[in-house]
Write a protein that binds this ligand. Structure first.
Ligand code: SAM
Length: 238
């Protein structure tokens, strides 16, 4: 599959082109036997993941995702809070002697929700390479969840890059002045054991600059000058 084909996929998708390209390339490289998507919504990312994986599990808290069953007959839909459904699925796969090769985390966007999804993966015994993409690493709440996970608890984590793809200052009316998007990436390798995995934030400078004028900063009301700068920036540039 190439990017021209990805661009013409029909379902509503909450990702920008840079993220779609990165996802396409990663899936082409990993060639997953088993993929798990946490957060499916209208099926945007699922339409790509399901084309490039042999077997897919979609986890979503909203039962309306079951309407997608007709479009994705080969996908296993599991409805419920991923805090419970993800560990249950990973345990079941392990009992069957299986393990996912790819996981997309794009479900609960609270700090606790993101951290919980990551830590439920980190408790797994890894028997083959695993790539995990964490969507919305440019959102301060999600980023905090990603940064507060204890990556050292799994010695097979070889790399954590919070800004694998940098996110954006949202142009939409709904999320005006907010920071969204971006891919964090975790790589696991069963043959390599690290004590202290490196957590990289290659776009930390951009993140901090943008944060200081964002709605997130404004809402936290850190100081008066910051609030004024944030207000002016959002008024004229968002
Ligand atoms: C941003 S949307 C996913 C977008 C989709 N991946 C895409 O690219 O088009 C987030 C989804 O996560 C689901 N969600 C929210 N909290 C959840 C939770 N605790 N467990 C599982 N799914 C959750 C929502 O119902 C929603 O469908």
């Amino acid at each position: 599959m190439n990017f021209k084909e990805v661009e013409t996929l029909p379902l509503y998708w909450e990702m920008v082109n840079a993220e779609k390209i990165a996802l396409l390339n990663l899936l082409n490289e990993v060639k997953p036997h088993i993929s798990i998507e946490i957060g499916t919504k209208k099926g945007g990312s699922l339409q790509l993941i399901s084309k490039l994986s042999k077997q897919v599990y979609s986890l979503d808290i909203d039962p309306s995702v079951l309407e997608l069953r007709a479009l994705f007959p080969a996908v296993n839909f599991i409805v419920g809070d991923s805090k419970k459904t993800l560990p249950a699925l990973l345990t079941k796969l392990l009992q069957d002697g299986e393990q996912p090769d790819f996981i997309l985390i794009d479900g609960d966007h609270s700090m606790e929700g993101v951290k919980s999804d990551i830590e439920n993966i980190l408790t797994q015994n890894i028997s083959k390479p695993l790539a995990v993409i964490m969507h919305d690493s440019f959102n301060p709440e999600c980023r905090l969840g990603m940064l507060s996970a204890d990556y050292s608890r799994n010695r097979n984590v070889t790399s954590v890059e919070i800004d694998f793809v940098q996110g954006i200052y949202s142009p939409t009316e709904l999320a005006k002045g907010e920071m969204w998007g971006g891919f964090g990436r975790i790589l696991f390798n069963a043959e390599v054991q690290r004590q202290e995995p490196l957590v990289k934030q290659s776009s930390q400078y951009s993140f901090e600059k943008m944060y200081s004028v964002s709605r997130h900063f404004w809402l936290r009301q850190q100081n008066f000058t910051g609030r004024i700068k944030s207000f002016i920036f959002r008024k004229y540039y968002s």
